[in-house]
Design a protein around this ligand. Structure first.
Ligand code: URA
Length: 436
């Protein structure tokens, strides 16, 4: 078999066989196929696409290219919830203890962020002392003991994705539905769950900018799951404005604690209850979503979800004082306020611009080696649809530098669009896509 023939086949729009895909992934990892040939193939895939069967075969070859976590000792229904990423998305921090409190164990592998804010692991590491680098045994034992663990991905999980992503990043081949689907789902397969719930976000602050793109990606991922015999359920949600009110790292943990205490923002609480109820349904614990939501709401009210979060933080070495006194998580040197210059309604709150305002505070990183500011962040006081009077507080900015605080406030002022007409309240959960 020759790589040049595989490139030629895709360039002509032909479908690959499993042996060709296996050959390509193996050769890429052992160095026998050069990066320039893989890059040419990636471009051919971007231009000609792949059918569902090929997308599945690529996902499978990638998933088993490195370590695979065995979660079978935790039970027969292991659910993993994953988000394609968005501004203020802290659902993993809430859902993990919430589901554990409802008797569904969650073993969650998450990543660090490259971009505007940190990833789930960065957010957790804003709690001093907390360890996310757990050995496989530590990880599984913690889930057995308390029902919940969030750890960082080991270096050898899906090495094929790391290599392909590096090449996609520099060859303008990131935006292929098949390649994105294979990248996301292969990591979920390797992480050991047998039911996968994906929160597929679309809009200004998301990877997918339109609902149509999110639908196409969701259908592809659901079809991959069907072929693998592991259900993949996609929930398409809007990311036109940030989720919840907090954007940053420690500040998102702060808001997660409020939400676990049943005092969180409505949109964030609604999404967590929905995704959690769907997980209970897929794990066979409830008959319908409404019952699932009811059970989970009770766990927020009676304090057991927050208690589970505390147990998880203690088990991973985090300083519990920061959970008991969450203001410590946003203890910056300076705070700035953005106030309304006119009265009316918030017509639009652009998620991407809010993300940029957060980045100006040092909450994200450009390169892997960059350090991030754990305490800085933004707390939104008004969101789309809210009525405002001139002078009202729109948002508070927590910063450790005067210059970046001013800079962030200037950027954030462009995120708000004020109108005199009352806009419709934006819908958050749009639809669920799963294969028949
Ligand atoms: N997220 C991933 O994990 N992979 C992609 O290719 C895009 C987004």
């Amino acid at each position: 078999m020759k790589m040049i023939d595989i490139i030629a086949a895709k360039k002509s729009g032909n479908a690959h066989a499993q042996e060709e895909i296996n050959f390509l992934i193996r050769g890429m990892l052992d160095g026998s196929i050069a990066d320039y040939q893989i890059s040419a193939w990636l471009m051919a895939v971007c231009l000609k696409g792949m059918n569902f069967e090929e997308s599945y075969m690529l996902t499978d070859a990638m998933a088993y290219s490195g370590d695979v976590i065995d979660l079978s000792s935790l039970g027969s229904h292991i659910v993993d919830k994953h988000s394609t990423g968005g501004v203020g998305d802290k659902t993993t921090l809430i859902l993990t203890p919430l589901l554990a409190a409802a008797g569904v164990p969650v073993a969650k592998l998450s990543g660090r962020g490259l971009g505007f804010t940190g990833g789930t692991i960065d957010k957790l590491e804003s709690i001093p002392g907390l360890r996310t680098s757990l050995s496989n045994d530590e990880f599984i034992n913690q889930v057995k003991n308390i029902g919940a663990a969030i750890a960082s991905q080991t270096a050898n999980l899906v090495p094929a994705d790391k290599k392909l992503y590096e090449l996609r990043d520099v060859t303008c081949t990131v935006d292929s539905i098949s390649l994105i689907a294979a990248s996301v789902v292969s990591k979920k397969f390797a992480a050991g769950a047998n039911t996968i719930i994906l929160d597929v976000k679309f809009g200004s602050g998301a990877f997918m900018k339109t609902l149509e793109e999110a639908e196409e990606l969701s259908v592809t991922m659901a079809e991959i799951g069907k072929r693998a015999g592991k259900p993949v359920v996609c929930v398409i949600t809007s990311m036109e404005q940030p989720l919840g009110n907090a954007i940053g790292n420690g500040i998102e943990v702060f808001e997660s604690i409020q939400t676990l205490n049943n005092e969180g923002p409505e949109d964030l609480t609604e999404l967590c209850l929905y995704l959690g109820a769907l997980s209970l349904l897929k794990a066979g614990k409830v008959k319908d979503i409404e019952k699932g939501k009811e059970i989970l709401r009770e766990k927020l009210i009676d304090g057991s979800a927050l208690e589970k979060f505390k147990q998880m933080i203690i088990a991973q070495g985090g300083n519990i004082e920061y959970i008991e006194n969450p203001e410590k998580l946003i203890d910056t040197k300076f705070a700035f306020e953005l106030t309304a210059e006119s009265s009316g309604y918030v017509n639009k709150l652009d998620a991407l611009t809010v993300a940029k305002a957060s980045k100006a505070l040092g909450t994200g990183r450009e390169k892997k080696e960059d350090t991030i500011d754990y305490t800085a962040g933004i707390l939104l006081n008004k969101k789309t649809g809210d009525k405002i009077n001139k002078g009202d507080l729109l948002a508070k900015i927590y910063s450790n530098s005067i210059e970046s605080g001013h800079n962030s406030r200037e950027i954030l002022s462009h995120a708000y669009q004020i109108s005199s007409d009352k806009p419709e309240k934006p819908e958050l959960i749009i639809k669920v896509v799963e294969s028949a």
